[in-house]
Design a protein. Structure first.
Ligand code: CP
Length: 360
């Protein structure tokens, strides 16, 4: 018994030291045999991986349209089980992951709040996650605490039952699978004009606490001749860690509060809402910044091919009348999340090549 307890303590020891390392030194832990095993950071994705995920998502989308294709897909992983541990509110990440699992035949369980798990009795989040690993083959986690998914994956990789962990959003830090679906949306939208390479992208709103724009910025290093425009009120400017990353990778970015001057020149406008949930006193913050909104009048100002994106949910950033314009792609963007998440899960379980090359 004493020895068992000591082993458990060893498993949790060393986290702080690991957590504070440079990201480059951490990535190996989350891969096995040259493939990603856990999906924690956007920095884990390179161009070849992103291109293959986009192709796989399109193939799954195509197959799922017919009963024959859908039956083939749902027979692929019906011996696998996944846990969706979403203890921070979510609509689309949760539903799209749930449906992505079901497309591939994976059985799912879910916990959507710490008050409905034994954490209410004092069980630690780490022990909770280890418990999931006793029952399932994949854990998808959304948590309000920065670094939670990373710690989960790190802990499980030190146990006798490591299972893959996907970060479905960790505090204001990262949302790597949102970045995947954003890339898929950008690539599909620009298919007829050479794809994402060479494009100008504006990110607008709460860039300081918006994990989606943070993760997407990291991915820009994989594309040629990208220019970024960070459009935000002074208090919500992009943090230095992202700007340092962009400088290191020679990706030009411009910071401005003058949204009007940016609208006519960019190829994509990525709107975000004010993330009041991370404020010390949310009731004291406004989420209405009219100079940083898109209205129907802007439709005559932006370029004819310029797409309008939003990770959603929206508040006031995009007027509802904009939704009917073909350049407003945010509803397609959220649906793309289901296809690219199915692609990612298929990859993690090693059935990606079967779907790409055998399911014709
Ligand atoms: N984009 C996104 O993460 O949405 P949800 O919070 O609804 O999952």
């Amino acid at each position: 018994m004493v020895q068992q307890k000591e082993e458990t303590i060893q498993i949790y020891r060393g986290w702080d030291e690991f957590y504070h390392q440079e990201i480059g030194g951490k990535l190996d832990i989350f891969s096995k045999n040259g493939r990603l095993f856990d999906v924690i950071f956007a920095q884990q994705f390179d161009r070849s991986f992103l291109d293959s995920m986009c192709s796989l998502a399109s193939q799954i989308r195509l197959l799922a349209k017919t009963k024959t294709g859908a039956d083939k897909l749902s027979g692929l992983l019906n011996h696998k089980r996944a846990m969706l541990y979403f203890v921070q509110p979510s609509t689309r990440t949760f539903i799209s992951f749930l449906n992505a699992c079901h497309i591939l035949g994976i059985k799912t369980s879910e916990i959507r709040g710490t008050t409905t798990s034994s954490e209410v009795k004092g069980e630690s989040p780490e022990d909770t996650i280890r418990t999931f690993a006793s029952y399932v083959d994949l854990i998808i986690a959304r948590h309000p605490v920065e670094g939670f998914a990373e710690k989960t994956a790190w802990v499980l990789n030190r146990t006798e039952r490591p299972v893959s962990v996907i970060n479905g959003g960790s505090g204001p830090d990262q949302h790597p699978t949102q970045a995947l679906l954003d890339i898929y949306t950008l690539e599909r939208s620009f298919e007829h004009i050479g794809g994402l390479d060479g494009k100008k992208i504006a990110m607008v709103g709460d860039l300081k606490r918006g994990r989606t724009v943070r993760s997407l910025s990291y991915l820009m290093k994989n594309y040629r001749d990208i220019q970024l425009y960070f459009v935000a009120p002074e208090v919500f400017r992009m943090k230095d860690d992202i700007k340092d990353f962009l400088k290191k990778h020679d990706i030009p970015f411009f910071e401005t509060e003058d949204f009007a001057s940016v609208k006519p020149v960019v190829d994509a406008i990525y709107m975000t809402r004010i993330q009041k949930e991370y404020a010390e006193t949310p009731s004291k913050e406004t989420d209405v910044y009219p100079e940083f909104h898109i209205t129907r009048d802007d439709l005559g100002i932006i370029q004819s091919h310029c797409i309008i994106m939003h990770p959603l949910p929206r508040r006031y950033e995009i007027e509802i009348e904009v939704d009917n314009d073909p350049r407003a792609v945010y509803w397609r963007q959220e649906r793309n999340g289901m296809w690219i998440r199915a692609a990612l899960i298929a990859y993690l379980f090693g059935v990606d090549e079967e779907i790409m090359y055998e399911f014709r």
